[in-house]
Ligand binder design. Structure first.
Ligand SMILES: NC(=O)c1ccc[n+]([C@@H]2O[C@H](COP(=O)([O-])OP(=O)(O)OC[C@H]3O[C@@H](n4cnc5c(N)ncnc54)[C@H](O)[C@@H]3O)[C@@H](O)[C@H]2O)c1
Length: 435
């Protein structure tokens, strides 16, 4: 099939590359010249394992093209347009649909009544209908709209796309839904056909549920600390129950990233405008806000004051295997520490450049773990990169001024802590280890 993907971010690029990998002819279009220039050279503008390899293979096979020109992207024979532009959080908590609206207006002159428009961006219930009408007003005929929300996780976007748990196809147009089903058939993954509104809701309901699961285990962790239980054991015990499941029960410093924070707020907004009270989501958000500050609170409690203390932050990205800094817990942690007068030095294997743009020069950035922890008064583990999980803790403790570690991800193995000659180790939701 001939497919055009609008937006070459984490979702659009991964989708475009994977659709070409299963044999479709894909043109990816973005308004950012720099991204497209890089992509044309086979360089991915985002860090995503496995992406560049597929990029090279499919470009070489002539199935994958990049352009900033809509007229080229939508040249004759484009059967399907997949829209994957950003839908960031607006000022009132609602999803900001301005990129989507612009994209819809931009494509209108190039459409035919047969073109299928797939909205992959995460959008509030009713958006597909609204965009469909907007396009109809511009081009004078009804278009085929399909809601196809995306569930990939950054850091494993390719694997998640190629081996998705499910694909949701929501449309009132049976023929269009069938065609999108056909487009995905080579992936051989379960497909659920729903109404447009249900498809839109499935995405928000899923993300809000996962965020709530995280906030729930974090609140249990705080309670475990108060009563002397170990949240890792508690989560393991809970997770063995098939009704609960093991995923998303890792206590830590809260959720971040480009999706959960904004999607939970957008769902809360949708509930509000429809007159539905949803206090559970308010609590999910409040717990997360508290949790994001937890390492600062713990450090402050341990030292009494942080003025002049050298604090090493290990990890900046909102999670491992991505360079994405959007809503990363490292941001409030860095700001909280510097506000209290700490000298912060941070290390991340890939997100430093993005972090500089967001956190700025109020903290220092190290080129290695060794450089960050040298003579530090404390280490804060913020992102559980493999490189950080695999640290020789005893060796690291020996380089620090004081061997005090706050593990925001509970990612350092206990035996490595117990191997230290001297250490103070503070995990989340379990008793500290002090040697
Ligand atoms: N990132 C994720 O893990 C993830 C997962 C599932 C769903 N989503 C959803 O998918 C959507 C995209 O997310 P993302 O993380 O890929 O965003 P992103 O910000 O990484 O990328 C969006 C891209 O769209 C481009 N763009 C904006 N307007 C355009 C236009 N008119 N024409 C062509 N390109 C345009 C931007 O330049 C940018 O490159 C969002 O709605 C998001 O909520 C994201």
């Amino acid at each position: 099939m001939k497919i055009t993907v609008l937006g070459t971010g984490y979702v659009g690029l991964s989708t475009g590359v994977c659709l070409s990998q299963i044999g479709h002819h894909v043109t990816c279009m973005d308004i950012m010249e720099q991204k497209i220039e890089q992509l044309r050279k086979g360089i991915s503008p985002i860090y995503e394992p496995g992406l560049e390899q597929l990029l090279a293979t499919n470009m070489a096979a002539g199935r994958l093209h990049f352009t900033t020109s809509l007229s080229k992207a939508l040249a004759a024979e484009t059967e399907i347009i997949v829209i994957a532009v950003g839908t960031p959080q607006g000022d009132d908590g609602a999803a900001d649909l301005s990129y989507l609206v612009q994209a819809a207006k931009d494509i209108s002159p190039y459409l035919s009544p047969q073109t299928i428009i797939v909205i992959k961006s995460t959008v509030p219930v009713g958006t597909n209908d609204f965009i469909g009408k907007l396009i109809e007003d511009h081009c004078g005929f009804k278009v085929k709209m399909v809601s196809n929300p995306e569930f990939l996780r950054q850091g494993s976007a390719i694997e998640d796309t190629m081996k998705a748990d499910r694909i949701i196809i929501g449309s009132e147009d049976v023929e269009a839904a069938g065609k999108i089903h056909e487009m995905y058939r080579p992936l051989n993954v379960p497909v659920l056909l729903t109404s447009t509104k249900s498809a839109e809701m499935i995405k928000y309901a899923s993300n809000a549920f996962l965020a709530t699961k995280i906030s729930y285990i974090n609140e249990i962790a705080n309670l475990c600390e108060a009563v002397g239980a170990d949240v890792t054991d508690v989560a393991r015990g809970m997770g063995k129950d098939k009704r609960i499941g093991e995923a998303f029960l890792n206590a830590g410093i809260g959720y971040g990233g480009s999706c959960f924070p904004k999607d939970v707020k957008a769902l809360l907004h949708t509930a509000g405008v429809n007159g539905v009270n949803f206090p559970l989501l308010q609590e999910t958000i409040a717990i997360n806000e508290y949790q994001r500050e937890l390492l600062v609170t713990k450090a402050l409690k341990r030292f009494g004051g942080l003025k002049g203390k050298k604090i090493a932050m290990l990890g900046l990205a909102f999670k491992p295997e991505t360079d994405d800094m959007r809503e990363a817990p490292s941001i409030p942690i860095a700001h909280g520490l510097t506000k209290l007068g700490a000298n912060v030095i941070a290390y991340d294997p890939v997100a430093t450049q993005n972090a500089r743009r967001i956190i700025g020069e109020t903290i220092k950035y190290a080129g290695s773990i060794d450089e960050a922890v040298f003579e530090a008064d404390a280490v804060l583990i913020v992102t559980e990169w493999n490189e950080i999980k695999n640290i020789d803790v005893a060796e690291m403790a020996g380089k620090m001024k004081e061997p005090i570690i706050f593990d925001g991800r509970n990612c350092l193995p206990e035996e490595k802590i117990r191997n230290c000659v001297s250490v103070e180790y503070y995990p989340i939701g379990k008793p500290p280890i002090i040697i």
